[in-house]
Ligand binder design. Structure first.
Ligand SMILES: Nc1ncnc2c1ncn2[C@@H]1O[C@H](COP(=O)(O)OP(=O)(O)OP(=O)(O)O)[C@@H](O)[C@H]1O
Ligand SMILES: [Mg+2]
Length: 260
């Protein structure tokens, strides 16, 4: 059985006359795999992430996570969205530690072993180049630095699964490309499983083992493309013919969907 199994899943928001966001969607993700979901706006990508995390439950079909059916919000998952949503009155370090303080699962251990957890947070901040800024407040950080801190916060409880919903969309192109490298490094060091939703096809090919293309709403997977390029991948590689061909292939698939 796969680490994540999305099996014939449909989800309709708002009762019988509501929006059918996802229909008969099936997708298997292996442990340690980096998966990207791409597809037209409004096709149900975020809805798929919400169902994996248990924030929404399918109207039909099932989602399995590590052998169990997802029946409610899951705790061992790291989540990061487009906006960094750091708390403005907390330092960077205290923002990263926040999930340990507030969640019932980790609170007791956090109080007992605070020093150990602070060390872990600083280890993450070091990996993303932010340790020197740990005592700074979010408003003293650039957007890219805030999103780095946001990634650290999503990983502080050492989740097996990281869900990323357009985490770099609000950043300028240079900062975004820099953070691809940061995320790749975290992934190579820690080998969690990732589902990344993105509109940036170069980003999907740079980062993922498999890119899944989602149809127009109601969403289902219409194409799955393995990316066999060796890691670490570099920005130079994104301009090489083999890489560019894959991006074009994905772009064509999405154009076809939009035209259909
Ligand atoms: N909580 C909700 N209640 C009602 N409808 C919703 C809700 N969340 C999403 N929808 C609808 O479900 C459909 C799929 O939304 P979803 O957010 O999953 O799309 P998406 O692929 O993530 O889009 P985007 O690329 O623009 O982020 C959309 O038509 C949206 O309006
Ligand atoms: Mg979305």
């Amino acid at each position: 059985m796969s680490f994540i199994g999305i099996e014939d899943v449909s989800l309709r928001y708002g009762g019988a006359d509501g929006t059918l966001a996802v229909q008969d969607c099936t997708l298997a993700i292996e442990r340690g795999e980096f998966v990207a979901l791409v597809g037209p706006s409004g096709c149900g990508k975020s809805t798929l992430l919400k169902m994996v995390s248990g924030l929404e439950l399918p109207s039909a079909g099932s989602v399995y996570l590590d052998g169990h059916e997802v029946a409610g919000p899951q705790h061992g998952i790291g989540i990061a969205f487009q906006n960094a949503t750091l708390l403005p009155w907390r330092t960077t370090l205290d923002n990263v530690l926040l999930p340990l303080e507030v969640s019932r699962e980790y609170r007791a251990s956090f109080r007992r072993n605070r020093a150990e957890h602070v060390e872990r947070a600083r280890g993450l901040l070091r990996t993303v180049g932010l340790d020197e800024f740990r005592e700074h407040a979010p408003y003293q950080l650039s957007g890219g630095m805030q999103q780095r801190a946001n990634l650290c916060r999503a990983l502080i409880h050492e989740p097996d699964l990281l869900l990323l919903d357009e985490p770099f969309a609000a950043l300028d192109a240079f900062t975004r490309e820099e953070l691809w490298g940061v995320l790749q490094q975290l992934f190579m060091d820690r080998r969690f499983t990732v589902i990344l939703v993105t509109h940036d096809l170069r980003e999907s090919v740079y980062l993922a083992d498999t890119v899944h293309v989602v149809s127009k709403r109601p969403g289902r997977i219409v194409k799955s493309r393995r990316i066999e390029l060796p890691r670490p991948r570099t920005l130079e590689m994104t301009f090489e013919p083999g890489f560019v061909d894959i991006v074009h292939e994905l772009r064509d698939a999405i154009s076809e969907i939009r035209a259909s």
